[in-house]
Design a protein around this ligand. Structure first.
Ligand code: DAK
Length: 262
C-alpha cells in the first residue's frame, strides 16, 4: 500500500506492522487516518498469505493514540457526527472481525478513540508508560467508536462505568489488573519481542481454526446470533479441512503439525 500519509506500514516477516504516524499530535485519530486505516485493512484482508497477525502501535515513545482529533470537532453537528461515528464503527468492526489476530502494542497514551482502537484488537500488550482512559465525558460526550460496548465486554460493567464516568487515566499495571490488557512489558523493544512471540505461536496453528475462534468468540457478543449453534457450524467447517487431518495425524505420529491453511 502506497501513499499513506498518516500511517507507517511495514510488511515484516510473518506479520504486518502498522504505526499511527502523527507524533506531533500524539497520534490523534483524525478522519484521514481513519480512512487510511479502512483502506489498509481492506488491503490486508486480500493480501495476507504468509502473515499470521497484524500489530498496531503508535509512532514515537509517548503515545499510542491520544484520542480522536479534538481539533476536528470544532464544527461538529448531528449530521457530521453521524458520518464520523459510522466511519469509526466501520473501521473498528473490521478490525474486530479480521481473520488473523490483531495485536495492539500500546506504547503510551491510549485515550478516548485510542483506547477504543485497542479494545477492537484481539490482544493488547502495553508498555509500562501506557495510560488508558475514556475521557469523552470531559468534552460533554460519550465514547463514539464502540467504547461503551467493548469496554463493558472486556472489563465488566462496574469498571467500565467507573472509567467512563470519572475519565480517570489508569496505568498499565491497573489495566492488567482490570484484565483490560493481556501483558505489560518494560518498553517498546520488549513489546516487539512479546508480540513476535504471539505471532510465532499463531504461525504454528491452523489458519482456519484461528479464523473460526475469532468468529466464534465475536458471536458471543452478537445479540442476533446464537453463538452455540454457530459454534457447531464453525466446528464442522474446521473438521472438513485438511489441516484437521494433519493435526490428528501429527498427534498420532508424535510430531508438530504442518498446517497449510487448507
Ligand atoms: N486531538 C488533537 N490534538 C491532540 C490530541 C487530540 N486528542 N491530544 C494531543 N494533541 C496535540 C496537542 O494539542 C499538542 O498540539 P500542539 O499544541 O503542540 O499543536 C500536541 O498534541 C502535544 O500535546 P500536549 O502538548 O498536550 O502534550 P502533553 O504531554 O502536555 O499532554 C495529554 C499529553 C495526552 C495529557 C494531552 O495532550 C491531552 O490531554 N490530550 C487530549 C486527550 C483527550 O482528551 N483525548 C480525546 C479523548 S475523547 C466521535 C467519535 C469518537 C470520539 C469523539 C467523537 N464522533 C463519532 C463524532 C472520541 C473522542 C475522544 O477520543
Amino acid at each position: 500500500m502506497r501513499n499513506l500519509k498518516n500511517l507507517h506500514f511495514e510488511n515484516r516477516k510473518d506479520y504486518f506492522l502498522i504505526k499511527i504516524n502523527r507524533p506531533k499530535n500524539l497520534n490523534a485519530l483524525n478522519q484521514k487516518t481513519i480512512e487510511e486505516l479502512i483502506l489498509l485493512f481492506d488491503f490486508i484482508t486480500k493480501n495476507s498469505v504468509g502473515k499470521y497477525g497484524i500489530v498496531i502501535t503508535g509512532e514515537g515513545d509517548k503515545s499510542f493514540v491520544a484520542g480522536a482529533d479534538i481539533k476536528e470537532f470544532v464544527e461538529l453537528d448531528g449530521k457530521s457526527s453521524l458520518k464520523f461515528c459510522r466511519n469509526g464503527h466501520d473501521l473498528f468492526n473490521k478490525i474486530e472481525k479480521m481473520h488473523i489476530p490483531v495485536i495492539a502494542l500500546v506504547n503510551g497514551y491510549a485515550l478516548g478513540g485510542g483506547c477504543e482502537l485497542s479494545l477492537a484488537c484481539h490482544i493488547r500488550v502495553a508498555t509500562l508508560n501506557a495510560k488508558f482512559s475514556q475521557p469523552e465525558i470531559n468534552l460533554g460526550l460519550i465514547p463514539g467508536y464502540g467504547g461503551t460496548q467493548r469496554l463493558t465486554q472486556i472489563v465488566g460493567k462496574s469498571k467500565a462505568l467507573e472509567m467512563m464516568l470519572t475519565a480517570e487515566m489508569i496505568s498499565a499495571e491497573d489495566a492488567l489488573d482490570y484484565k483490560l490488557i493481556n501483558n505489560v512489558v518494560d518498553d517498546i523493544d520488549s513489546g516487539i519481542k512479546k508480540v513476535e512471540e504471539y505471532i510465532s505461536t499463531f504461525k504454528r496453528k491452523g489458519p482456519n481454526a484461528i479464523k473460526n475462534v475469532i468468529k466464534s468468540v465475536n458471536n458471543y457478543f452478537d445479540k442476533d446470533v446464537d453463538g452455540f449453534e454457530e459454534e457447531i457450524k464453525l466446528f464442522i467447517e474446521c473438521v472438513k479441512t485438511s489441516d484437521f487431518k494433519e493435526g490428528i495425524q501429527a498427534f498420532i505420529e508424535k510430531r508438530c503439525p504442518d498446517f497449510k491453511g487448507e
